[in-house]
Design a protein around this ligand. Sequence first.
Ligand code: DP6
Length: 351
Amino acid sequence: METDKELMNNVKVTWRCPSNIAIVKYWGKKGIQIPCNSSLSLTLSNSFTEVEAELSDKTTDEAVQLSYFFEGAVNEKFGQRVAKFLEDNREFFPFIAEKAITINSSNSFPHSAGIASSASAFGAISLALLDIAYSLEGKEKDEAFYREASNLARLGSGSASRSMYPAFAQWGENDNIQNSSNQYAIEITDIHPTFRNMKDAILIIEDEPKKVSSSVGHSLMNNHPYAENRFKQANERTAELVNILKNGDMEAFIHMCESEALTLHAMMMTSMDYYLLVKPGTITAIEKLMEFRKENNIPVCFTLDAGPNVHVLYPKAYEAQVEAFINDGLRDTYKKVIFDQEGNGPTKLNS
Ligand code: DP6
């Protein structure tokens, strides 16, 4: 029979984890990656990270020996963040005491696209390493596996907790949502057909790195004059959105989605160290989109993450009209567009 050590030598797994776009936004955190309010997102399909993780014998006596490659090249900066994440969360992977880890990571989207990749990256890293831990312990990868992966991913990047499930996922304790937790996200399964197969066209307005990182942005909610009201509003909205998704109320969805986007950016603009991430193209695209909706009576809306790019959301049934408008009417506002849609959650790529 093989010993544990021999078993560990043959281990190599690859996982693909999608990105997600928040409808109700997580903005502000406390303690160890605990959100100040709950959030709810749509898991995407075409925007994903793939991570191959492999174990080998250690060649140094470092507590964590990690070689981190991004698209074939060593990535010092992100590698250090991942090494710290592994060190801080050693109890999830006992094998790192004995083994060196090599991670090869790549994104489906161009790295200059300005898409936040920490959600899909920490999602895929967590799944790959937890998969190894489960296999070595002979544990089955059932529902509890994804819950634990969500918890682990949350410790790397909050929004990553929501990428573990198909379509709609909610993260953060909420009195009005059963089973909700600050530790991990849960899937929201009661979805009206109106919200099945939602599309998300991501308009890349600017592909420069952000001036202010999300970590700094979150920390600015600590002494923010509107913080308490904002956290309360987001918690109420998350619970309300669960009902909207169940009842198929598109008008309410559009209103909440757009208000959340503008509120997120309003929080940035009204922090003590105020800053601005929207660009002229962001505003033009939003204004044209609202006009298009009004004139054509088509259920299409926008949201923003912590950057200038505009996510255009619409049901698949309207894809022809909306995509013609994006390709033509909005063309001057963006550098690139990535057409994405609701996704099925993470997948393992080898057995
Ligand atoms: C605006 O998940 O990137 O996209 O936990 O510090 O990694 P960290 O933050 P991150 O913040 C995401 C903020 C957001 C809103 C959201 O996705 O809910």
